[in-house]
Design a protein around this ligand. Structure first.
Ligand code: HEC
Ligand code: HEC
Ligand code: HEC
Ligand code: HEC
Length: 409
């Protein structure tokens, strides 16, 4: 009798163990690593023996691809699936080559994936092992998430409405006066306020800084903090673009439509001081090029299309920065020409204006339409960005070395 139970129990246990093994074999991240490693072996050997397949199975590993962004605090497993760094010829996510995908993202070249991870730029759940969970809250999905949440506000179910407004509060820091238990007319009124806000901010959602809010339940990601402190990249690590000082000065010296100036007198003095010929990048391109911490990188990314040439230019600049010996002008001719024609003097301190100057423009357009409250909000956000960038820049001694050199000429 006892022996019979024992036999049944053994079989059950064996089946359970097999089920666990099959389940583990089929985990999504294992499938992607297996596909990647199998393709590598196939390229190397043609056809695979059983031994090769066992070898592959042994190599599949979470530890191998785990990124520790800060010891003891923050770990990411995105690369459990996005495992290909530097192997060409894969067409499909997550196996496409991460280096190729990010060749335009300068920061990645300074902080390689195994230090910075992915979440600092893309967001998402760094510990998830299914793609659905990993991607749920990625920054690139914030607009989608916002719209899904907005739709929920009209649900007949109170619980769903509550979830909707919680998401919107998380994304924007504001509930716009929406209460999920208020009477329908009051809810509809608040929804219209949210829709107006959304129409205004849709395009500049990330630029305005709203999507950056971390969940209160998470510890802040230190790499993300490091990114936010860089004036030359957007919150998702995209290289920003210069608009040129003439664009800044076109607004910052012209009277407003109503007759007052865009810039109060204190601003005027500031702009005139920095728009003196001898301080312009167009007059002294070399001093800026070889002493500025990121100007060359932004220019090259924005305007030099050939990746090979871009690399060449940046390595010449890098060498000049390190050794103090400048290359022949014709070796970096494109960059010098760009600085002469574009003149990025203001942006050397205030950071590339591609985003905040556009917000300032959009704000003024709203002001013309009489939507002054929205205009004020957008302009304030843009101004904050331009000011914060400048403050960061002038706390960098390298910027002052440039000014000293220019003034002592
Ligand atoms: C379990 C496997 C898996 C994990 C873990 C995973 N991904 Fe993915 N990823 C995929 C797959 C599969 C695709 C392509 C299909 C899709 O979009 O879902 C993809 C696509 C992407 C894309 C391009 C598509 C888009 O929506 O922009 C990005 C970016 C991305 N992943 C980032 C991440 C980040 C960041 C993490 C970590 C937080 C992560 N992934 C973790 C499997 C994974
Ligand atoms: C410094 C910021 C940064 C980091 C770190 C970063 N990415 Fe990206 N990633 C970007 C940007 C910006 C793009 C868009 C690049 C472009 O369009 O040239 C991008 C593009 C992608 C794409 C292609 C998306 C598409 O729509 O085709 C995938 C996939 C991706 N990243 C996955 C990852 C994974 C996985 C990691 C971590 C190993 C990672 N990224 C780390 C900024 C970053
Ligand atoms: C379309 C017009 C326009 C353009 C182009 C523009 N700005 Fe502005 N900017 C404004 C307005 C309007 C304000 C808000 C001024 C105010 O009311 O104090 C502002 C504010 C600022 C502020 C903050 C001022 C303060 O007193 O807080 C800075 C700094 C700034 N801009 C820098 C720049 C730089 C640098 C550029 C070029 C990259 C630029 N702006 C391009 C219109 C513009
Ligand atoms: C050497 C660095 C530097 C340069 C170059 C520079 N700025 Fe500034 N700018 C600053 C700093 C720093 C502030 C103060 C930011 C703060 O503390 O809010 C500032 C403030 C401003 C303000 C707000 C005015 C004020 O008095 O507070 C405006 C507008 C502005 N800058 C526009 C420009 C424009 C347009 C140019 C190009 C002609 C320019 N800046 C060039 C560093 C610079």
């Amino acid at each position: 009798m006892v022996r019979k139970y024992f036999a049944v129990a053994s079989i059950v246990l064996l089946l359970a163990a097999m089920a666990v093994a099959v389940d583990s074999y089929n985990q999504e991240w294992r499938q992607w690593q297996r596909a990647f490693l199998t393709e590598l072996k196939r390229r190397e050997k043609g056809t695979l023996s059983l031994w090769d397949r066992l070898e592959i199975e042994r190599t599949i590993d979470l530890e191998r691809v785990k990124v520790v962004t800060e010891p003891g605090r923050s770990v990411e497993t995105c690369m459990a699936c996005h495992t290909n760094v530097g192997v060409p010829g894969f067409e499909q996510d997550p196996l496409r080559d991460l280096l190729a995908l990010h060749q335009n993202v300068t920061v990645v070249q300074e902080m390689p994936f195994d230090q910075i991870g992915c979440v600092a730029c893309h967001g998402g759940d760094g510990l998830a092992l299914t793609s659905e969970r990993a991607h749920e809250n990625m920054l690139s999905r914030y607009a989608e998430i916002f719209e899904e949440a907005l739709a929920k506000l009209r649900s007949p179910k109170q619980m769903v409405r509550q979830k909707g407004i919680e998401t919107i509060r998380w994304l924007t820091g504001d509930d716009f006066g929406f209460s999920f238990s208020a009477p329908p007319e009051a809810r509809e009124e608040a929804i219209r306020r949210i829709e107006t806000w959304w129409a205004l901010h849709r395009d500049t959602f990330l630029a305005a800084g709203y999507g950056e809010r971390e969940s209160p339940f998470k510890t802040p990601n230190p790499q993300r903090q490091a990114l936010l402190e860089r004036p030359e990249v957007s919150p998702i690590g995209e290289t920003l673009e210069f608009v040129g000082s003439n664009t800044c000065v076109a607004c910052h010296t012209t009277p407003r439509p109503g007759g007052t100036s865009y810039i109060p007198p204190s601003n005027k003095e500031h702009v005139e001081r920095w728009f003196r010929d001898e301080l312009k990048t167009s007059t002294n391109p070399e001093i800026y090029l070889y002493n500025h911490p990121w100007l060359a990188e932004v220019l090259a990314n924005q305007f030099i299309d050939d990746p090979q040439r871009r690399k060449e230019l940046l390595s010449l600049v890098d060498e000049a920065r390190r050794t103090g010996r400048w290359p022949e002008p014709q070796q970096v001719q494109e960059l010098l020409d760009l600085m002469r024609s574009l003149d990025v003097t203001c942006e050397a301190c205030h950071g590339p204006g591609g985003e905040y100057a556009r917000m300032m423009m959009k704000g003024l357009a709203f002001e013309f339409e009489g939507r002054s409250e929205e205009a004020a909000q957008l302009i304030a956000e843009a101004a904050k960005r331009a000011r914060e960038n400048a403050r960061r820049s002038v706390s960098d001694p390298r910027i002052w070395r440039i000014i000293e050199q220019l003034l002592s000429r």
